[in-house]
Structures are given as structure tokens and as C-alpha cells.
Design a binder for this molecule. Structure first.
Ligand SMILES: *[C@@H]1O[C@H](CO)[C@@H](O)[C@H](O)[C@H]1NC(C)=O
Ligand SMILES: *[C@@H]1O[C@H](CO)[C@@H](O)[C@H](O)[C@H]1NC(C)=O
Ligand SMILES: *[C@@H]1O[C@H](CO)[C@@H](O)[C@H](O)[C@H]1NC(C)=O
Ligand SMILES: *[C@@H]1O[C@H](CO)[C@@H](O)[C@H](O)[C@H]1NC(C)=O
Ligand SMILES: *[C@@H]1O[C@H](CO)[C@@H](O)[C@H](O)[C@H]1NC(C)=O
Length: 617
């Protein structure tokens, strides 16, 4: 239940007990330690105090990696890990469920019956003051630039999602299907531009649908159906951080098989993974692709590691997987990709622990065995094409894991484990290896090449590699260069904007009735759209009915037809209102392939007088 913490300043060669610095307070085992994003020196520990005996929790904050701490008394008990603001780690968000005030402490597990009546509070000064920013909350999440609450507008009614892009000052209702208490929403990932949202299917299906949002988190497009999402809140959704726009996940197909899919354009299209050239398909399989193990497999002990990619190791992805018509739980192998997941290479047999060092110039791996001691570490200087073995000890250990400084700049890796000593008591050991002794040459200019990301090598050079309106050329190590990038290495990239195409625009669409050629708004969305209109939210959707994809930087090329042109084509009707107080509204595309625009006239600001819909196709 309780745990002690230690810190290391020398890459794991020695550890100091932090107990004295926090006055011997026990910290929570499940979410006791939060490290600042981008600043490993910033640490927050959450004390494990008895819920009923203290008025609120205590956190310990450190700005020097745990050497000194300051304690902060909270006026509530945190029920989740402390989360940092995505841009400014001075700000933190935490959920509190204060049961003591509402119910006698003897009642066990009353939380579920209270969900939907929760209050979301915010602090901007490390817990000194709190303001209530949302009520009737069922749950909340904070990711990228967005704060989400799922809210029961009436007691026991299906939940709806509210989104704030200003840290909770204002909330807007998101245009997503509502969910009953048995269903759930899950924000899979997000940044300042957009988020990926999973909406659970009704019933115990173990799958749902992924939607991608616009840059305000309000309008959504359907991205992927039958997305696997297990009972324990586990999802295989993986942001491939070494290449912009690439995401991996698993789907549960109708035949009950689990298959991996990858998107190279931030969730617009998904496809199966290519089979690695150096691996044969099992004889029995008719379809043959690579399938990647994610959090589900990790949770059930099939793989010791999740897929690994790092923003500083351009294009590099390491993951456990299997080749065939669906994922296989039998002894997964390790695969690598050096182009962000377009092509793969079978690299190590059997499950391994792995780490990326020296900004991708070095990969290390250790075999994962539950029942066998190990004494060697494998390393590769060519992104997993070839491996060398280094025997790090004469006294083999049972491996617990690998640890290194956050990020990839270091060349020091610690191997943690234990060996039974004479009394059969496990003795914990950590072996630290400094690979600077093995990789002594510093890289020079000849070791690097220019590499165009997302290139398919044979399309039009003007558009080859274009993604969200721009292409990027990286300077990266040649495959066969055995040298070290060093601590000072910085990713160097050149950006070029691409000409716009229709693909750079979202067309928020309704559908055209096939028989009457009438433009119809999808019934579910009508009320919500009106809500948004009423809130004056769609002012920026006016003009033409097209909206550039969030974060898209294309220039020139396709330009959306002018407003007048689109009006003339409206469902063959010639009603071009001359008034200037005309707005254009679109709904998410997603399931409605055909593109329609709605126009509405606004009498007073924020007051919808009439709503007329037209087709634009
Ligand atoms: C530990 O206790 C001492 C004495 O009560 C106090 O001055 C100090 O602030 C405490 N430190 C922390 C981190 O709570
Ligand atoms: C995916 O990872 C990249 C690199 O860390 C990050 O810039 C991006 O915001 C992430 N995408 C999402 C949707 O979270
Ligand atoms: C490492 O150890 C293995 C057996 O334990 C041995 O076969 C191998 O030669 C050793 N390698 C080196 C480089 O010493
Ligand atoms: C590895 O650790 C040593 C200290 O033990 C340190 O001097 C060196 O800079 C580290 N190397 C890297 C690349 O982090
Ligand atoms: C359109 O008309 C066809 C033929 O009359 C009919 O089968 C179909 O159901 C109609 N479609 C819709 C959406 O009403």
C-alpha cells in the first residue's frame, strides 16, 4: 500500500532515499509520483494519508529532482494523479472526490452512485486557491489544449461531453453521440490542434468508434470503426512520436480477430501494416500483415514493453508483433521501422525490453525471461539491422527492467534485476553501462543524410511527402554509420509548404436525399448544430463551406469556391439571399459522405431566425 522513493543523480549508479526530505511520509503507490513534462527536475509526490482522518491531501513539490521538497496542504483529497498543464507546467489539474462531506465514511464504494454529481475545481497556484469550473460532472480529462468533462445534464440521462480550450473558463458542448452510463468516452490523445476521442459502442462489445476533432474540440469526424477497447480501460492507440501524423492501433474485426491498423495522416485513413520483407507468413494465413501488440497485450503479460518511438529519433519505431492474418499471442517477436511505420523489419526473436539511446543512434535490448537469468545486453547502431552482444556480468540476474534518463540523449543505461543470495532472499542489483566506451567515434557530416519524411519516392516531387500542407526533410544518421550523435545533438529539419488540395480542407457534410435531392441534416446533429449556431460559435465557418484542417499549413493550389459560386449550386435552387448577415454552417463529415452546407440568417447576433439547408455538390 505504501512505498518509498529514491532518486538518482548519476544515471542509476547510486540512489538516495527521499524519505527524510518528505518527513517520512508515505506516498501513494498507484499515482504517487508525477514528473514535470519536459523538466525531469520537477517532481510532485502525493502523500498517502488516511481518507477519513485528514481534511485534505498533501502533496510535496520539488524543483530539483527530489533533493528538496515543499509540502502543500490541499483542501481536498486527490483521486487521480496530478496532471501538468501541457504548455506551462506551473499549472496543474487534479480530480477530487470528496466523499466525507456527503456520506458516512462507513459506506463502501459510494463513488459510482455519485458520479454525475461531481464538481470540477481548478487551482492555478499549486493548491492555495480553488475555483469550481464545472458541475454535474461524471468524469473529466485534460489533454493537449483541451479540458473535457462528461456531464449528466439531467440525473441518469445519457452523458454528453463538454470541452474547454481555455483551461476551463468556458465550456462548449461537443458534437458527439451521447453515452449511457454503461458506455464510456475516452480521449485517446490530443495536442493543441485536435484530439482523438473513442466513443464506446453500446453493450459489452469491446469496441467503439474513434472520432477526430476540429481545433476547438467541438466538431468531430468519424475516423475508425470497431476500435478495440478492452474492459480494463486499456487501448492500443499509439502516437508514433517519431513521425508527424502517424498513429497505430488495433481493431476487433467481425470474425473476432484482432488486427493492427496504421494511419499516416492523423486519422483520416487507416490501413493494415505491411509485412516485413525478411519475415515469412504462416502457411495458413490468407491475408498477411504485421500486427502490433499494444497496451492490451502488455497488461495481460504477453509483452514486456509497449511500442516505443521518440520525437528525437526520427522515423524509428520498435514494437512487439506477429505476422499473419491477425495478432497472435504466441511468443511475440520484436520489429523495427525506420520510416515511421511504412516498412518494417523483423529484428529480434522473442520478447525483449528495449530502449532508444543517443537520439536514435543506439538501440539496446535485453531478452525478457520470467524463469531464466540473463547476463548480456544486445545493442544496435544501425536501427536494428544488426545486433551485437555485450556480457555485462559474470553473475546472471533475473531482469526487472531497463532505466535511463528521460529522453534519448544519454548513452547510459541501467539494467535492473535481482539474484537470489545465499539465504534465498532476492538481492536487488542495478548494472549501469556507459556506451560511450563502446561507441567512441563522434559522428561527422559524412555520417548524415537528408531524408524526406512520408515520401513514397515515385509521386509528383512537388507533393511527395506532403502532410497537412507541408513536408519535412530531416538530417539523420545513415543506416550504417556507427558513431555517436552526442548529448549536443539536435534534430535538424527543413519545412516546405505544399500546394493546397481538397484534402487540406474539411467539408462538414450533411447528406443529400437520394430520391428528392433535398439536402437533409443528419437528425442527431440538428439540435447540437443549432446550439453551436446560437452560441455564435460558427462565425469562422462562414465564407465558403470549407475549413482548413487544424494545423494545416498548405499555401496556394486549390482554393475553395467563392461563396457566391456555392450558393448558385445549392440543390439546384436559386435562392441567393442578398443579405450580408448570412452564415454558413457545416456539420462533421464522418459518416455522411456527401457534402452539404446549411445557411441560416441571423436577425440579431446569436439568434437564429431561420434555418435553411442547401446542397453544394
Ligand atoms: C518537515 O517537518 C519540519 C518540522 O516540522 C518542517 O519544518 C518542514 O517544512 C517539513 N518538510 C516538509 C517537506 O514537509
Ligand atoms: C503525437 O506525438 C507528437 C510528438 O510527441 C506530438 O507533437 C503530437 O502532439 C502528438 N499527437 C497527439 C494528437 O497527441
Ligand atoms: C558472452 O557469454 C556467452 C555465454 O555466457 C559466451 O558464449 C560469449 O562468448 C560471451 N561473449 C563475449 C563477447 O564475451
Ligand atoms: C554517462 O554517465 C556519466 C557519469 O557516470 C556522464 O559523465 C556521461 O556524460 C553520461 N553520458 C551521457 C551521454 O549521458
Ligand atoms: C429511394 O427510392 C427507392 C426506389 O423507390 C427506394 O427503394 C429507396 O428506399 C428510396 N430511398 C430513400 C432513402 O427513401
Amino acid at each position: 500500500k505504501n512505498s518509498e522513493s529514491f532518486y538518482s543523480e548519476d544515471y542509476g549508479k547510486s540512489f538516495h532515499d527521499v524519505c527524510h526530505a518528505i518527513n517520512n511520509t508515505f506516498i501513494k503507490k498507484d499515482f504517487g509520483i508525477s514528473a514535470g513534462p519536459g523538466n525531469p527536475q520537477q517532481v510532485i509526490l502525493t502523500a498517502n494519508l488516511p481518507f477519513t482522518e485528514t481534511p485534505g491531501g498533501v502533496i510535496f513539490t520539488s524543483m530539483d529532482a527530489g533533493v528538496t521538497f515543499r509540502s502543500v496542504q490541499l483542501p481536498f483529497h486527490p483521486a487521480q494523479a496530478i496532471q501538468f498543464h501541457y504548455q506551462d507546467p506551473k499549472y496543474i489539474v487534479v480530480i477530487s472526490i470528496d466523499v466525507s462531506k456527503v456520506l458516512p465514511p462507513t459506506l463502501s464504494s459510494p463513488l459510482n452512485s455519485l458520479r454525475g454529481e461531481l464538481i470540477l475545481r481548478r487551482t492555478q497556484d499549486f493548491g492555495k486557491n480553488f475555483t469550481t469550473i464545472a458541475k454535474s460532472v461524471f468524469s473529466f480529462g485534460y489533454i493537449g489544449g483541451f479540458l473535457f468533462t462528461s456531464v449528466m445534464e439531467k440525473l441518469a440521462s445519457p452523458r454528453v461531453i463538454y470541452v474547454s480550450s481555455d483551461q476551463g473558463d468556458h465550456f462548449k458542448k461537443a458534437q458527439l453521440p451521447s453515452a449511457t452510463t454503461e458506455q464510456f468516452y475516452s480521449v485517446l490523445d490530443g495536442d493543441e490542434d485536435m484530439i482523438f476521442m473513442h466513443v464506446d459502442n453500446p453493450g459489452d462489445t469491446y469496441f467503439g468508434t474513434i472520432y477526430t476533432s476540429d481545433d476547438r474540440g467541438i466538431l468531430y469526424s468519424k475516423s475508425l470503426e470497431r476500435h478495440l477497447f478492452g474492459g480494463e480501460g486499456k487501448s492500443d492507440f499509439t502516437n508514433v512520436t517519431s513521425l508527424r501524423g502517424v498513429y497505430l492501433t488495433n481493431i476487433l474485426e467481425e470474425d473476432g480477430r484482432i488486427r493492427s491498423v496504421i494511419s499516416f495522416d492523423r486519422g483520416r485513413r487507416w490501413r493494415f501494416l505491411k509485412k516485413p520483407e525478411n519475415v515469412n507468413c504462416p502457411d495458413s494465413s490468407t491475408k498477411c500483415n504485421l500486427h502490433i501488440h499494444g497496451e492490451h497485450s502488455h497488461f495481460s503479460g504477453i509483452t514486456p514493453m509497449l511500442p516505443l518511438s521518440e520525437p528525437t529519433a526520427i522515423g524509428l519505431v520498435i514494437a512487439h508483433g506477429s505476422v499473419g492474418d491477425s495478432i497472435s499471442a504466441v511468443r511475440p517477436d520484436v520489429y523495427v521501422s525506420r520510416d515511421g511505420g511504412y516498412t518494417w523489419w523483423g529484428t529480434l526473436r522473442g520478447p525483449h525490453h528495449y530502449t532508444i539511446l543517443d537520439s536514435g543512434g543506439l538501440i539496446v535490448a535485453v531478452e525478457a525471461h520470467r524463469d531464466r537469468q540473463i547476463s548480456s545486453i544486445k545493442f544496435s547502431t544501425d536501427e536494428g539491422q544488426c545486433w551485437k552482444i555485450f556480457n555485462f556480468t559474470d553473475h546472471p540476474i533475473f531482469l526487472a527492467g531497463l532505466a535511463s534518463e528521460p529522453g534519448t540523449k544519454t548513452m547510459n543505461i541501467s539494467i535492473f534485476g535481482y539474484r537470489p543470495d545465499d539465504d534465498d532472499q532476492p538481492m536487488w542489483v542495478a548494472v549501469t553501462i556507459d556506451f560511450e566506451h563502446l561507441l567512441t567515434r563522434e559522428c561527422d557530416e559524412q555520417d548524415y543524410v537528408q531524408w524526406l519524411a512520408h515520401s513514397d519516392y515515385d509521386s509528383d516531387p512537388e507533393t511527395d511527402g506532403c502532410l497537412l500542407g507541408y513536408k519535412e526533410t530531416f538530417r539523420r544518421l545513415k543506416k550504417l554509420s556507427a558513431c555517436r550523435n552526442g548529448r549536443g545533438y539536435m534534430v535538424s529539419r527543413q519545412q516546405h509548404s505544399c500546394p493546397c488540395t481538397r484534402d487540406d480542407y474539411i467539408e462538414y457534410g450533411f447528406y443529400l436525399h437520394e430520391n428528392t435531392s433535398e439536402c437533409l441534416l443528419q437528425a442527431d446533429f440538428l439540435n447540437q448544430t443549432q446550439d453551436i449556431c446560437l452560441n455564435g460559435e460558427l462565425d469562422d465557418l462562414q465564407h465558403t463551406g470549407y475549413r482548413k484542417i487544424p494545423g494545416d499549413k498548405c499555401e496556394g493550389g486549390f482554393s475553395p469556391p467563392k461563396r457566391e459560386d456555392s450558393f448558385k449550386n445549392l440543390c439546384g435552387k436559386d435562392i441567393l439571399p442578398a443579405s450580408s448577415n448570412l452564415h454558413t454552417v457545416r456539420s462533421v463529415s464522418g459518416p455522411f459522405v456527401k457534402k452539404i452546407i446549411i445557411h441560416y440568417t441571423v436577425a440579431k447576433k446569436h439568434e437564429v431566425k431561420s434555418l435553411i439547408m442547401y446542397d453544394t455538390i
